[in-house]
Design a protein around this ligand. Structure first.
Ligand code: FAD
Ligand code: FES
Length: 264
């Protein structure tokens, strides 16, 4: 059964909206109630002005929330009309965002070490998880994958949050190991020592990480992406097939127990 949603509408003001990698932007918004409420792994649904025909919001994870300044930061890739319009928003512009949506990461009690595995633009939700792990003193390692060095995000932020080991893999070898991040993650898992794995990225990547975690006997959670029309449980467009039947990613996820995901 989905848990009740804590989402509500928030007006936001754009503080900054800057390019951080090739085709990837960091948007900082001022939305104090949202900044206080949102938890690692939850998402927000943005209304982006500029196209009267476009009625749907854009779901995005958050990378940082700061109660002190009342700000929330997201990192997003420009992939279509909505994210192109988002990249055109300027400091001082206003709109609304629905959130916090869904349910986030649940680190098992007694976990002595965690492994975070991010691919491409799946890295943002791992950043607040890293901050939460640090705040409770759980050490963590990180594997980051990207097509190329120019679209790699999160390395310096996760380093600053205290990652003990960061392994990078790029498909073209322009940074870190030449190859897939799943191979690096599998090697680390084979060495043992982890009590929890969190992953977000392309479906095939998360599936391989989940298989490696199962092989190593480690509990693994994955943050899944689905098309989301409403973001609050009303439309059934965000179904995830699980061993317990279809579950809506916006209410039961986006973070799922990876061992229960049937279709990535
Ligand atoms: C819970 C959640 C968290 C997300 N977090 C982030 C994030 O932190 N950063 C980020 O860059 N992106 C994130 N996404 C993906 C982001 O929502 C889509 O890239 C965005 O909605 C595309 O909108 P568009 O109008 O620019 O593109 P469109 O023109 O609508 O589509 C362009 C392409 O993106 C695909 N697409 C569109 N919407 C989604 C979607 N919801 N999920 C998967 N593919 C989609 C389309 O199939 C198409 O191939 C997240 C998605 C979900 C569901
Ligand atoms: S997006 Fe509408 S039910 Fe999940």
């Amino acid at each position: 059964m989905p848990q009740p949603s804590s989402a509500r509408l928030h007006e936001f003001r754009v503080v900054s909206n800057d390019k951080i990698a090739q085709g990837i932007f960091s948007l900082v918004i001022e939305a104090p109630a949202l900044a206080s409420a949102i938890k690692p792994g939850q998402f927000m649904n943005f209304d982006v002005p500029g196209n009267a025909q476009s009625l749907l919001r854009i779901p995005l994870s958050y990378a940082r929330a700061d109660e002190g300044t009342g700000t929330v930061e997201v990192w997003y890739a420009v992939v279509g009309d909505g994210t192109r319009r988002l990249s055109a928003m300027k400091p001082g512009d206003y709109s609304t965002v629905l959130g916090p949506g869904g349910h986030g990461w649940t680190v098992p009690e007694g976990c002595s070490r965690a492994l975070l595995v991010g691919g491409g633009i799946g890295v943002p939700p791992l950043v607040p998880l890293a901050a939460a792990l640090r705040s409770v003193g759980i050490p963590f390692d990180v594997c980051l994958g990207a097509k190329s060095a120019d679209v790699l995000v999160g390395e310096s932020e996760l380093d600053a949050l205290g990652a003990e080991r960061i392994e990078v893999a790029t498909d073209d070898g322009t940074e870190g190991r030449h190859g897939f991040v799943t191979d690096v993650a599998t090697e680390l898992l084979e060495q043992g020592a982890y009590g929890y794995v969190a992953t977000c990225g392309p479906g095939i990547m998360m599936q391989k990480v989940a298989e490696a975690a199962v092989g190593a006997g480690v509990y693994c959670e994955a943050s899944l992406e689905r098309m989301m029309s409403c973001g609050f449980g009303a439309c059934n467009t965000c179904n995830v097939e699980t061993t317990e039947g279809m579950k809506g990613a916006c209410m039961c996820g986006p973070v799922f127990d990876a061992s229960k995901v049937v279709v990535w």
